[in-house]
Design a protein around this ligand. Structure first.
Ligand SMILES: C[S@@+](CC[C@H](N)C(=O)[O-])C[C@H]1O[C@@H](n2cnc3c(N)ncnc32)[C@H](O)[C@@H]1O
Length: 211
């Protein structure tokens, strides 16, 4: 159920690829409460527009789940562009493949199953956009591993960096996820090789540009 403000926002957003509504309901059927991990229409719409603005030839996604954000990001790829999607959990392989096929993106999205920390060093490509959305306890590792693969002027987008607002509490909780997101945000803030801004969209999206 959307709030009135959300409904108003969606009412004033561009059309979404039709496959996404199907994918959202299939994900709910197959993954139950885990389905809330999927990007959803607000972030999804932003990823589509951002990708169209950048017109990337290569995108790396770290954490694909059932494919929602990959399908959004792939909308802006150049005609010869590809998106490498890294996902540890093979349980939703059929759903990912079916959704990519329905979206007509079979030739553009390549899914790699395994641990992103092992897969990133094997990628050996230069990316225009890297999207980080996997284990919140490993954000610094993903950033450090992927950094060299980002083209100068390219972007790293990191989702959930406000972590339900916990990062801004006077005394943030001591759990591993909050502490890693705090470390990650400080690391990016102090990294002179980039400039960035946290967009307070949904759970916070760090938009980081490599200088
Ligand atoms: C928040 S979900 C991704 C949601 C997806 N980006 C979307 O919008 O639909 C996080 C995903 O990261 C995956 N993941 C967690 N740790 C990982 C790792 N070390 N390597 C690859 N994938 C990982 C999880 O299995 C999960 O599917």
């Amino acid at each position: 159920m959307h709030s009135p403000l959300d409904s108003y926002l969606y009412d004033h957003a561009g059309e979404m690829p039709p496959v996404l509504e199907w994918l959202e309901s299939e994900t709910l059927k197959q993954a139950g409460h885990h389905s809330k991990m999927l990007a959803g229409p607000a972030l999804g719409r932003f990823l589509i527009e951002f990708s169209k603005l950048v017109a990337p030839q290569k995108i790396l996604e770290i954490g694909t789940f059932t494919g929602y954000s990959a399908i959004c990001l792939a909308q802006g790829l150049t005609s010869d562009g590809v998106l490498d999607a890294l996902e540890k959990d093979e349980r939703h392989a059929n759903l990912i493949n079916e959704s990519i096929e329905k979206a007509g993106l079979k030739s553009k999205i390549k899914i790699h199953f395994g641990d992103a920390k092992e897969l990133i060093p094997q990628m050996n490509k230069e990316y225009d956009i890297v999207f980080i959305d996997a284990n919140k306890r490993e954000y610094c590792s993903y950033y450090n591993l992927a950094f060299e693969l980002v083209k100068p002027g390219g972007y790293i987008l990191a989702d959930n960096v406000l972590w339900y607002g916990k990062v801004a509490e006077t005394t943030p909780p001591n759990d591993a996820q909050t502490q890693e997101i705090l470390r990650f945000n400080e690391m990016v803030k102090n990294d002179r090789r980039v400039s960035g801004f946290i967009l307070p969209l949904r759970d916070g999206l760090y938009i980081i540009r490599k200088l």
